[in-house]
Each structure stands twice: as C-alpha cells, then as structure tokens.
Write a protein that binds this ligand. Structure first.
Ligand SMILES: NC(=O)c1ccc[n+]([C@@H]2O[C@H](COP(=O)([O-])OP(=O)(O)OC[C@H]3O[C@@H](n4cnc5c(N)ncnc54)[C@H](OP(=O)(O)O)[C@@H]3O)[C@@H](O)[C@H]2O)c1
Length: 229
C-alpha cells in the first residue's frame, strides 16, 4: 500500500482529480469532503477510503482526523484543498457569507494542519500542500474576502514552510489562476473558463510537488495568458 495522502474538498474539481492522480501514481489517497453522499459515491467509484469532514467545522476536523489516523496509521501527506469562491462588491456580502469563506478557506486550512501536523513532526516526516490562489499574489476588485482568505494562507504557508522544514516536514503552497472546475458555478458566478488550467494539469503539478522529498517547492503557480490583458 502506498503512502497515505489526505485530500480535503475532494468530491469535485481539483480535489477529485488529485485523488485520481495520486492513485495512479501509487499513493493511497484518502478522500474527504463536506457532503457525506458525495464522499461515499466518489470513494466507492475509485476504491479509496472516504471520510465526511467539513473543514468549516472545528469539531468535524478534530473527530475525523483522529479517526483517519486510527484507521489508517501514519499520514504521510495532507493536501488542504477545500475552498469556496465569493465574488461581488464587498458591501453586498452578508456577514454569514464572509464568515463562511474565512471558516472554510482560512480557518479550515489552519485547523486541518493543526490536526495532522503533530504526528508528522513526531516522525520528522511528512508533506503539507495548501491550495492557495493567484488571488493571494495580487489584488483586484470584487474578490476582497476570497482574496483575504487566501492571503492569510499565503502567510501561514510561508511561515510554516520555514518553521517545519528543519523538522523534516515540507509545507508548500500551490497558487493556481483559473482552473476549469465548478467552483464559480457553485458560488452562482458565471466565469469564462475557455483558457484555464484543467483539474488534471493542476493535480499533476501538486503531485510533482509531493513526490520529490528532497525539494521544497515554495510557490508553484500558473495563470491563463488572457489574465494579463
Ligand atoms: N477553480 C479555480 O479557478 C481556482 C483558482 C485558484 C484556486 N482555487 C482553489 O482550488 C481549490 C479547489 O477548488 P476547485 O476549483 O476544485 O472547486 P470545486 O470544484 O468547487 O471544489 C471544491 C471542493 O471543496 C469542497 N468543500 C467546500 N466547502 C467545504 C468544507 N467546508 N469542507 C470540506 N470540503 C468543502 C467542495 O465540496 P462540495 O462538492 O460539497 O461542494 C468541493 O469538493 C479551492 O481551495 C479553491 O479556492 C480554485
């Protein structure tokens, strides 16, 4: 059996492509997601362990991470991928929408890391990859809260990179521009995705980052050429 790699938000898009790519590369992916039915279906389709874990819920992270470690033993890798989109003028957002984005994209990533990291540090071995975004590399209008949620993770990832590398654990960030997934649809936003990275291309990059244990791929990014216009 290959190394155990936990993927959050793995029921669609990049997360699902990651599970498929990990499996094809000889890893043992652990598929997690907020929707129990989707998790059960995707895990059964691919023949991988699946767990319902809502990263916007601290209790769920605590319970499910402990269960995963108890069931599967040491976790070699964690890919913090779960995330949601929010777009529009800041003053039109509800307080609940703002809280949801921060709970999912920011606090979810930090608490999931908090849950899996100690055991990696004990073994002085492990890899954590955070799916960040080009939204954390520059500023633009209409994405203030999404951007804030990811800028926070850019800072977190960079600090954890230098804190954990001397202890044998690699922490890295993946900074994609547009990926052709349902993230925008789910948020009720129409987005032109003709020139965008595919989920499979994104998954290839992340798995490359995972594979070579001698390398810390500090910031891996990719933008559509149309974004420079
Ligand atoms: N698409 C892009 O253009 C783009 C660009 C840069 C960065 N990203 C980042 O890439 C990551 C993956 O997004 P994607 O494009 O693949 O979008 P996606 O297809 O919508 O996938 C997001 C996944 O996260 C899950 N999720 C949402 N909230 C969750 C929660 N509270 N707990 C656990 N899982 C949760 C979703 O579950 P459900 O299936 O239940 O909805 C889904 O499986 C995100 O972090 C996103 O911010 C995306």
């Amino acid at each position: 059996m290959g190394q155990n790699i936990v993927v959050t938000g793995a029921t669609s898009g990049l997360g699902l492509a990651l599970v498929e790519r990990l499996l094809a590369s000889g890893f043992q992916p652990v598929l997690t997601g907020r929707n129990g039915d989707k998790v059960a279906r995707a895990a059964a389709d691919l023949g991988v362990p699946g767990y319902q874990m809502d990263v916007a819920d601290a209790g769920s992270i605590q319970r499910v991470s402990a269960q995963i470690i108890a069931d599967l033993g040491p976790i070699d890798g964690l890919i913090n991928n779960a995330g949601i989109w929010l777009e529009g003028d800041f003053d039109t957002y509800s307080a609940e929408q703002i809280q949801r984005v921060i709970d999912t994209n920011t606090t979810g990533t930090i608490l999931t890391t908090h849950a899996f990291l100690p055991e990696m540090l004990n073994r002085r071995s492990g890899t954590i990859i955070n799916t960040v975004s080009t939204g954390a590399l520059y500023c633009r209008k209409l994405i203030s809260v999404y951007s804030a949620s990811k800028w926070a993770i850019r800072g977190f990832t960079g600090c954890m990179e230098v804190e954990c590398a001397p202890k044998g654990v690699r922490v890295m960030g993946f900074y994609p521009g547009k990926i052709a997934t349902s993230m925008y649809d789910t948020a009720g936003v129409t987005r032109e995705l003709d020139v965008a990275m595919s989920s499979q291309q994104g998954a290839d990059m992340v798995v490359t980052m995972l594979q070579d244990k001698g390398m810390v791929w500090s910031q891996v990014t990719g933008r559509a050429i149309t974004d420079y216009i």
